[in-house]
Design a protein around this ligand. Structure first.
Ligand code: SF4
Ligand code: SF4
Ligand code: SF4
Length: 368
């Protein structure tokens, strides 16, 4: 058990008062940043981009800190044509979460999806687009610094990139064969990200070059938005990578700060939507699900719940189990142990999931 969380997974699942104790960590952290302690309710202007469905009062901001109510109109802080982001070139093959199934690492016979028919795309790049801001408050976040950008007007301006600039950068460089949105999370920036993606896809189609569009997300977007994200990835050979935090609502909420009941329902729905869309493209899976093996919290109960759900949707959905390392607000736990990872693989296989992979294996050790 982490003393920062204050309660164990079993108490979270079985004792009503446990979640309230765990939420204290989120409240303390977010009040230090002056971010809303919970998604605002009853303010007047409702954002439906993600499961939080913030109802934002005049001059206030949503839970992600990015959307505001200006005179009854919902606006994103730096304007609709700007993303708050940092974009950089990452040589392929990169250590992307979907590497075990990705065309950049394995190649693909379909020339629309890869410049290599077998083996890695050496000499090419991923344009990594790191968005600041997130609609979750994960206590183990490895990129938590992005929230400091969101709350600082000076930093927001420094990291603001127009849609025209980003499209130009991605579309004009033929060494770039994939664009990956992550962060933070692309969810709160999705209006901008989808517009940019459609323009990049259109331009690469016109020129006959490979430009896969991929997403690394917590999967809490509005389902109609997820369909659009998946559609762009489907057409371009890209992958929607959904990171599922926990199965039990109480554990999900303790780890992420948001309503776990709504979030678990939403992530399951979005997984099933993308899985259904995947059926039209088997050579590159459209969907991967990643799961961080948080010691003591993402335990056998959580893993079995997620495994059974994924197997019930489609046994061929690739699942990537990731090793945890202490970071952000969760520094009093060890990295994931080899035992925990081994047990997790066993659980997924025993539930019928056919493609289970282990990411960042080098972090594993004999810790528990
Ligand atoms: S994107 Fe999500 S968290 Fe941000 S304001 Fe909209 S509903 Fe709230
Ligand atoms: S961004 Fe997409 S195509 Fe590129 S390395 Fe990652 S999963 Fe593969
Ligand atoms: S969803 Fe990802 S970026 Fe957002 S808080 Fe959680 S770990 Fe961090």
């Amino acid at each position: 058990m982490s003393s920062a969380v204050g309660v164990c997974s079993s108490c979270l699942r079985n004792r009503r008062e446990a979640l309230e104790i765990a939420m204290d960590l989120h409240r303390r952290y977010r009040s230090g940043l002056e971010l809303p302690l919970q998604p605002p309710r009853g303010g007047g202007t409702r954002c439906t981009l993600c499961v939080n469905e913030c109802d934002i009062g005049s001059g206030g901001v949503g839970y992600c800190g990015l959307w505001t109510n200006r005179g009854g109109r919902l606006e994103i802080l730096e304007g609709f044509n700007r993303g708050i982001l940092y974009a950089y070139l990452d040589p392929l093959p990169t250590n992307c979460v979907a590497t075990p199934v990705c065309p950049a690492a394995r190649g693909c016979r379909n020339p629309m999806y890869s410049v290599s028919s077998g083996g890695p795309e050496y000499g090419y790049y991923n344009l990594a687009v790191f968005f600041a801001g997130c609609n979750l408050d994960c206590i183990f976040c490895q990129n938590w610094d992005h929230k400091n950008i969101v709350v600082s007007p000076r930093l927001r301006r420094r990291y603001a990139v127009t849609d025209v600039e980003l499209v130009k950068r991605a579309a004009e460089d033929d060494r770039i064969t994939c664009v990956c949105y992550f962060g933070g999370d692309p969810g709160p920036h999705i209006v901008y990200a989808l517009r940019v993606s459609r323009l990049i896809a259109e331009e690469s189609r016109r020129r006959g070059v490979v430009k896969r569009i991929c997403w690394e997300t917590n999967g809490l977007e509005n389902p109609s938005i997820v369909r659009e994200m998946a559609r762009v990835s489907l057409e371009t050979g890209g992958i929607v990578k959904i990171d599922w935090k926990a199965f039990t609502p109480e554990v999900y909420q303790a780890l992420t700060g948001v309503d776990g009941w709504r979030a678990v329902e939403r992530v399951q729905k979005n997984i099933s939507i993308v899985a259904e869309m995947s059926l039209g493209r088997r050579e590159v899976p459209l969907l991967t699900v990643s799961i961080l093996l948080v010691p003591g919290y993402v335990d056998e109960v959580e893993l079995r719940g997620m495994a059974e759900y994924i197997a019930s949707v489609d046994r061929e959905i690739p699942v990537v189990l990731l090793a945890f390392h202490p970071d952000h607000l969760l520094r009093d736990l060890p990295p994931t142990s080899a035992n925990h990872a081994g047990k997790a693989i066993e659980i997924f296989r025993s539930c019928g999931v056919e493609r289970v992979f282990l990411g960042n294996e080098w972090l594993l050790g004999p810790y528990y």
